[in-house]
Ligand binder design. Structure first.
Ligand code: PBG
Length: 337
């Protein structure tokens, strides 16, 4: 609506927008957006072994956990009302290789975690990252030939990885690699094996971002990464291209699309939701979480208030669900009201 059109909707002094803000109860009545525990997806990091947890230095409050402790943590998340968790494996260096073949081994850490967590907490959704970077010795999300990340060969491996996760019990497979054509390949392979109800959440508009740094510490892939990911992840300068990425993935059968990172790309969330009206998820990524924690740790921000304001901004922009490392904190705060 052009600004001039507001002339017909009232004017000061008869109209005073502060009236509706004057008391908490009116503010509740006129709130345009709501954040609920139903909107939260909690990403967790899984390590090998038993009864062990490790702090992630660059993500205060986040821990890597062995499968037994991760299962308990997911049960705790369920008790807080969280609907879904996202799993990320921390793959030991000895299992990394040029081609990332560990990624689709039926008994690898990820698939073992999926089976165990699904058995322990069947009513929480499991969203499973599909990408090669935890498994490759060069830290890229694809297979490298002559210094280039080759697309089609990578897609074949990703589809096998997604299938192995679906067979282990993954509810949502979430390709985060940004190869072209991977949604169709994954959909076809899953359907061909009777997994037509396994959902695909595409990291459709994923940018080559500096905000993934702490995540790469958490999964121990950063030290391995040679170069950057700009030949497959999107250029932060581009917005129209994000709409094309999303369109392609929807046409290939994606059930949900994701925009990542979150806060620096709220405009993209808004446009994706406005253009396609499909389930749109935001990823409040590791670097965004780290910034909040770092500022709060120094006494420069109130963590809880800044967190809830951030999560609300995703709802305002049009997100359905939000992946955030702060999901349990947010769930607790929502419970307190
Ligand atoms: C792996 C992957 C990354 C993240 C999610 N999946 C890192 C990357 O692409 O380098 C980042 C998540 C975060 O920063 O919280 N493909």
């Amino acid at each position: 609506m052009p600004a001039s059109a507001y002339g017909a909707l009232g004017a000061f002094p008869r109209t005073r927008l502060r009236r509706n803000r004057a008391d908490a109860w009116t503010r509740r009545l006129v709130a345009e957006n709501r954040l609920s525990v139903d909107d939260l997806i909690w990403p967790i990091f899984v390590i090998e072994g038993e009864n062990r947890r490790e702090a992630v230095t660059s993500m205060p409050g986040v821990e890597r956990m062995t499968i037994d402790l991760a299962s308990e943590a997911v049960a705790g998340a369920r008790d807080l009302g969280i609907a879904c968790v996202a799993l990320f494996p921390v793959v030991p260096a000895a299992l990394k290789s040029e081609d990332g073949a560990e990624s689709y081994r039926p008994d690898n850490l990820m698939n073992t975690a999926i089976r165990a967590i699904k058995a322990a907490v069947p009513d929480v959704g499991l969203l499973c990252d599909v990408a090669l970077d935890p498994y490759t010795s060069h830290g890229h999300d694809g297979i490298v030939r002559d210094g280039r990340i080759v697309n089609d060969e990578t897609v074949e491996v990703l589809a096998r990885q997604a299938l192995s996760q679906a067979e282990a019990g993954a509810d949502i497979v979430a390709p985060s690699d940004m190869m072209d054509g991977r949604i169709a390949a994954i959909r076809d392979l899953l359907d061909g094996h009777g997994h037509e109800l396994t959902r695909i959440c595409s990291y459709a508009a994923k940018y080559a971002s500096a905000f993934y740094g702490p995540f790469r510490d958490a999964v121990n892939s950063g030290g391995f990464l040679k170069g950057d990911k700009r030949t497959y992840q999107m250029d932060p300068a581009n917005a129209e291209e994000a709409l094309r990425e999303v369109a392609l993935d929807l046409n290939e059968g994606a059930d949900m699309v994701m925009v990542k990172p979150g806060l620096p790309y709220l405009d993209i969330i808004r446009r994706v939701k406005g253009t396609y009206g499909v389930p749109t998820f935001a990823y409040h990524v590791s670097g965004e979480y780290a910034m909040l924690r770092a500022a709060a740790g120094n006494g420069w921000l109130n963590y809880e208030n800044a967190l809830m304001e951030t999560l609300m901004s995703f709802k305002r922009a049009g997100s359905d669900a939000i992946l955030t490392y702060a999901a349990p904190d947010a769930a607790r705060l929502l419970k307190q009201g």
